[in-house]
Each structure stands twice: as C-alpha cells, then as structure tokens.
Design a protein around this ligand. Structure first.
Ligand code: UD1
Length: 377
C-alpha cells in the first residue's frame, strides 16, 4: 500500500472537553515536519448536537473517521462499551500509536485497550492530580498515565506528580496547553455576548447598565448528584445573582438533576439567565466579557486564567494548581460563606489579576507534533 510506511496515529475524542484539545493536535499532525497519518475516532460518549456537532464545526475538527456511537451509561457500562467497540477498530487500523487527551472515560477506555494490545499510548494533558479519588476523572488520570508511553504535560507540577508515581522522566515532555492553543486561535472570532443572549432571551437585565454579569457552569457529580449539595449551591448562587446577574449554560446532566430534585424554583429569578449548553465560540464570548466565572469545570479554570478573568472554583481542590498560583483562580469549595467572600472580593477589588503560565502560548500542539516526529519509529 502506498502510505503504509507513513506512521499512523489514532487520535481519540469522546466528550466535550476533548474537542478543544484535539482540534489543534489534528491540525499540527497534518502539517508536522515529517509525514504522519492521523485518524480520528469519536467514541460517542457525548452525542447531543449541543455537546458535539457545533464544536466540530466551529473548531474545524475533521469529521471522525470512525464513530463508536457509545452514548451514556454508568461508568462501568460506558467504559466497557467503549473498550468493546474500540478493540476491532485498533485491529483494523493497526496504528503506530494511540493518542488520548484529558481525563474522561473515553481516555482511559481507549488507552487500556491500546496498551494491552501492545500499541504505544500517548497522553496529552498528563500528570494533573487533584489527589481526590472520589472524582472519577482522577482515577482516569492516574490509570491512563500509568499505561502511557509518552506523556505531554501542561504545567511543571505535573512532572513531579508523575515522577512520584514512578513514571520514567524520559517519557515526560513539557509541551504547554493545547486547550489554550484553541482559545488563542479563536478568541477574536468569539460570538459577542449580546448575540448569544439575544438568540434566546431579552438580554436587557444582563447587559444594560454597568454592573456586567457573571457566568456559571456546574456539572461535577459531587456538586449536582446530591440534592442537598445542589440545593445549597443553587441557594448561594441565587444570593450572588442579587449583586451580579448570572448567565448559566446548563449541562444536560445538571438540568436532569435539578428537575429530579425539584430545585428548579431556585433558578426562577430574572437575575439568573438559564441557557442550553453553548458552542465553543458562544461560551468564549461570554467568558471573555464576564466580571467573574463560577465553575466546577477543570478546563474553564485554565481558560479564565488565559483570559485574565477571575474564576471562582466551586470545588474543594484543583488538579490545575498553576491556575491558583499564577492565574486568576480561587478555590472556594461549596461552602456558602467562602463562595460569598470570594465573590465579594472580586466585586469590590477586581479579583486576582494573574499571568498566563509558561508555554501557554498557542504553540503546544506544534511542540507535540514535533516531539512525535522524533519519537515515532
Ligand atoms: C463527562 C466527563 C467529565 C467532563 C464532562 C464535560 C467522565 C467521567 N466525565 O462528564 O470529566 O468534565 O464530560 O461535559 O468522562 N448527556 C446528554 N447528552 C450528551 C452527553 C451526556 O444528555 O451528549 C447526559 C446523559 O444524561 C448522561 C449525563 O449527561 O448520562 C452524563 O454524561 P457523561 O458523559 O456520563 O458524563 P458528564 O457528566 O458529561
């Protein structure tokens, strides 16, 4: 076959936060210094148009070569189903390596299949640790890193974490942050906040006057699955909205949990604008104009640091410590007093200014592609 001597890499995506990471990698692999073939496999972990299609279109990600169509399920079912469906793909594709990103169930499932078949695994965004094993993503991170052959890190602390877990130093490369590559590439085309709001609502209370608005996201199982925790959070968020109106694009999981817990009434105020899950450009447009962002997402902690927008993280820990040490992130947890204190600090004093961390410069994917050209046989 004509191309059989050109190394082939199977790249895997599955869930929303994977898409902005894979976009610059796919592009960099195509224009790498050495000819490489990159095949994209989508596991189908996220499948709703709002959680999937608009990201492919907006970020120019090539149509997946293969869609495993897995869908939702318990962790065991979802992970097992991805493994079951990915194995024959690997048998047919016979790549030189499998590249996985982030920490979702698709990441560990495909890494595990590849590793057991003797196919080298490349992990992008390795070494991040919250040291909270109650987070499903933490399990995915630790296990994926243990079976990866080449590990690309976004911040220097990740190397220390990996070395502590016995990963050989020569497997680790400090490449920077591919998610920030995507942010830098698209920030100028971000959809203006007015346009996003006008599409669904009379935006007057949010954008009129000088108070501005905050953006809120919430989807971690630890925050939304327990009705007591969820109720406590929504109560404090409603209180915050009296000082600063909040825009709340709601993840399908959170939407379902709010309805099941009978808590929708807490959001029933003109000061909280609920929106469906947004596309990348719409979300970027809102975040870059926000006075602050309240979130339990990992990626948003990094994006707000890159944007210089104060971030208040509604979790007790972070696997991305550089966003606190150098960036705009404050860990507030889920305690109402701490959250209110963090918000009022931002509203009174403007919050942390922060700086953009080392190698979050828009060229991480190029560094990854160059490293792969050297590393592949
Ligand atoms: C997953 C990731 C999480 C990431 C998040 C971003 C894992 C363990 N978790 O969590 O790290 O931050 O994606 O969104 O992989 N649903 C839909 N439509 C979809 C996808 C999901 O309605 O397209 C609903 C389903 O009810 C599903 C639930 O959301 O059961 C949860 O989806 P799932 O992929 O299991 O986990 P996320 O909470 O999205």
């Amino acid at each position: 076959m004509k191309n059989s001597r050109v190394p082939k890499i199977v790249c895997v995506v599955g869930a929303r936060p994977n898409f902005m990471k894979i976009a610059p990698i796919m592009e960099a692999l195509v224009s790498a210094p050495r000819a490489l073939r990159a095949h994209l496999v989508h596991t189908g972990q996220h499948y709703d148009a709002a959680m999937k299609h608009q990201f492919f279109t907006q970020l120019g990600i090539p149509h997946p070569d293969i869609d495993l169509g897995v869908g939702s399920g318990s962790h065991a079912v979802q992970t097992a189903e991805i493994m079951h469906r990915f194995e024959p793909v690997l048998d047919a594709e016979r790549p030189q390596a499998v590249l996985v990103v982030g920490d979702v169930n698709s990441t560990i499932a495909c890494a595990l299949v590849a590793s057991k078949k003797g196919v080298p695994v490349i992990h992008v965004e390795a070494g991040l640790r919250s040291y909270d094993r109650a987070m499903p993503e933490e399990i995915n991170r630790v296990l994926t890193d243990q079976i990866s052959d080449l590990l690309f890190i976004t911040e220097r602390s990740a190397r220390d974490n990996l070395l502590r877990e016995g990963v050989a130093d020569e497997r680790i490369r400090f490449a920077g942050n591919v998610m920030i590559d995507t942010l830098m590439r698209h920030v100028k085309q971000a959809t203006p906040a007015e346009q996003t709001l006008a599409a669904v609502t009379d935006s007057a209370p949010f954008l009129a006057g000088s108070t501005g608005f905050g953006v809120l996201t919430l989807h971690r199982p630890s925050n939304v699955d327990d009705p007591v925790v969820l109720g406590r959070l929504l109560t404090v968020l409603r209180e915050i909205s009296e000082d600063l109106p909040l825009i709340f694009p709601i993840h399908p999981r959170t939407e379902a949990r709010i309805a099941q817990a009978g808590l929708a009434g807490l959001l029933d105020t003109p000061r909280i604008q609920r929106l469906p899950p947004l596309g990348y450009l719409e979300m970027l447009g809102l975040m870059s104009r926000a006075r602050l962002v309240l979130t339990d997402s990992g990626g948003i902690q990094e994006e707000t640091t890159a944007l210089g927008v104060p971030c208040i993280t509604l979790r007790e820990n972070t696997e991305r410590p550089i966003t606190v040490e150098q960036g705009t992130n404050t860990i507030a947890g889920t305690d109402a007093v701490k959250i209110m204190a963090a918000v009022s600090d931002v509203l009174k004093n403007g919050g942390k200014a922060g700086r953009v961390p080392e190698l979050w410069d828009g060229r991480a994917a190029q560094r990854i592609a160059a490293a792969l050209c050297e590393w592949l046989p």
